[in-house]
Design a protein around this ligand. Structure first.
Ligand code: HAM
Length: 423
């Protein structure tokens, strides 16, 4: 029988690279939590209309990349292509917007876009995202950006840059879009492109075709139309980023792929990744919540692409943490039953333990202990049980100490608690 294969273009993680995945995800989550963001766990599929309305009919995501199907009740369902619309839906549905503001949440998990697969671009990919909903203060924009920046710093990344822009407020965009539409009307465009530009002229900047790109070289620039209020907010964002020592570049030609952005928008671009260089992006969305039937509240957030961040770490040669994942590996001589009993006793005390099974030779068992990455190992045979004593071996140094079986749990708890201080 032919072997099954994963569907085309999905990313998946298994030992050993699942460790990198977990490390990157947990590092970002820890940064979000340390800034007061709390978990929001959302469904992976939603009503199709939520994305059509939230993300925007003119976007590539909605036009051609959604995994949409009818469920058994005849409802149109879509696998989430991004996280912000779902967060808005849940915030409105559970009245979080009527409580303490801002609502600060983080989420992580798989997202789905039927894109053409290539390195760093997948049909199922993973994000950690955060959203701060309910306040328009530009300082929150900085706080959100700072979470991503801190996560990248903790991961040890260096070769990335933060690009920011402002898409202004409603007046800014009304004035700008009038000029842009006038400019576009002077261009020779095919019907489909013109139709798309009519829904949202900004989408023309998404077009990858070189003739469209060059036709747009002299297009008006949105940042030239910022109202004094929008310009002041953007100045505050830039100045505060500088105050925090976060470098940035203003990119007045940035196009975000989703329609809901207003005000501050940003992208983190990694230099070692080739075409799919965006390791994260986000921005403010003034009208989204109202558009989805909620209060007239603004919000800002980001989505960081875990798959691409792993590639970025690999491109820079930075590791994924050095903490061992196991405290102890037990090598039983003969049957493993007693080793399993001991392992369970130790695990109940919080010691992380794995063991060898089957009739492994001592050599095979020690090889497994080495491969496990555990910090310590013990051999458990008749002798050890008779004496009620084991030799606790520190794998890195080869140092051995005798410990009675009754004292083993306490000894390991002690040793692993102080590990961080020694390493
Ligand atoms: P986005 O820019 O569409 O924003 O995606 C965020 C990040 O997800 C990208 O920078 C990239 O790293 C990763 N990503 C996107 N598509 C793929 C793909 N096909 N394969 C691999 N990685 C990918 C959003 O999704 C917004 N919801 C972010 C946001 C939150 N804005 C405000 N709040």
């Amino acid at each position: 029988m032919a072997k099954f294969q994963a569907p085309k273009g999905v990313s998946e993680y298994f030992p050993d690279n699942s460790r990198a995945f977990e490390y990157v995800r947990e590092t970002i989550i820890a940064c979000a939590k340390s800034s007061g963001f709390a978990l929001m766990e959302l469904p992976i599929f939603e009503d199709t209309e939520l994305f059509a309305r939230g993300v925007g009919e003119s976007t590539d995501v909605v036009r051609k990349e959604m995994y949409t199907f009818e469920d058994r009740g005849g409802r149109s369902i879509t696998l989430r292509p991004e996280g912000t619309a779902g967060v808005m839906r849940s915030t409105i549905e559970h009245n979080l917007d009527r409580g303490q503001l801002p609502v600060k949440v983080y989420y992580s998990g798989p997202f789905f876009r039927a894109e053409r697969p290539q390195a760093g671009r997948y049909r199922q990919f993973y994000q950690v995202g955060i959203e701060a909903i309910g306040l328009s203060d530009p300082l929150i924009d900085v706080e959100v950006i700072a979470v991503a920046h801190r996560a990248f710093q903790e991961l040890g990344l260096k070769q990335y840059r933060l690009e920011i822009t402002s898409l202004g407020d409603a007046i800014t965009r009304a004035n700008y879009l009038k000029e842009l539409r006038a400019f576009i009307s002077t261009l020779e465009l095919d019907e489909e492109t013109r139709a798309r530009a009519e829904i949202n002229p900004l989408r023309l900047f998404d077009d990858k075709r070189s003739e469209i790109k060059s036709a747009l070289t002299n297009a008006p620039i949105l940042m030239d139309y910022l109202t004094p209020e929008s310009a002041a907010d953007f100045r505050t964002v830039c100045e505060t980023l500088s105050e925090l020592g976060i470098d940035y570049q203003v990119n007045n030609r940035m196009v975000r792929g989703l329609d809901y952005y207003t005000g501050t928008a940003f992208e983190f671009v990694h230099e070692g990744l080739g075409a799919q260089s965006g390791i994260g992006g986000g921005g403010r969305y003034d009208g989204l919540m109202e558009q989805l039937g909620g209060a007239k509240l603004s919000g800002i957030g980001f989505g960081l692409g875990i798959d691409r961040i792993i590639l970025a770490c690999q491109a820079e040669g930075v590791g994924f943490g050095s903490e061992p994942e196991l405290d102890l590996f037990i090598v039983p001589l003969g049957t493993s039953t007693q080793a399993l009993v001991l392992a369970e006793q130790l695990r109940a005390r919080g010691v992380r333990v794995d063991l060898a099974y089957g009739d492994k030779s001592l050599k095979g068992g020690m090889k497994a202990a080495d491969k496990s990455g555990a910090r310590f190992s013990i051999v458990l045979g008749d002798e050890e049980f008779k004496n009620q004593e084991v030799s606790l071996k520190e794998m890195a140094t080869g140092e051995v100490q005798s410990v009675t079986l009754s004292a083993l749990a306490n000894r390991l708890v002690e040793l692993t608690a102080t590990f961080g201080e020694h390493s």
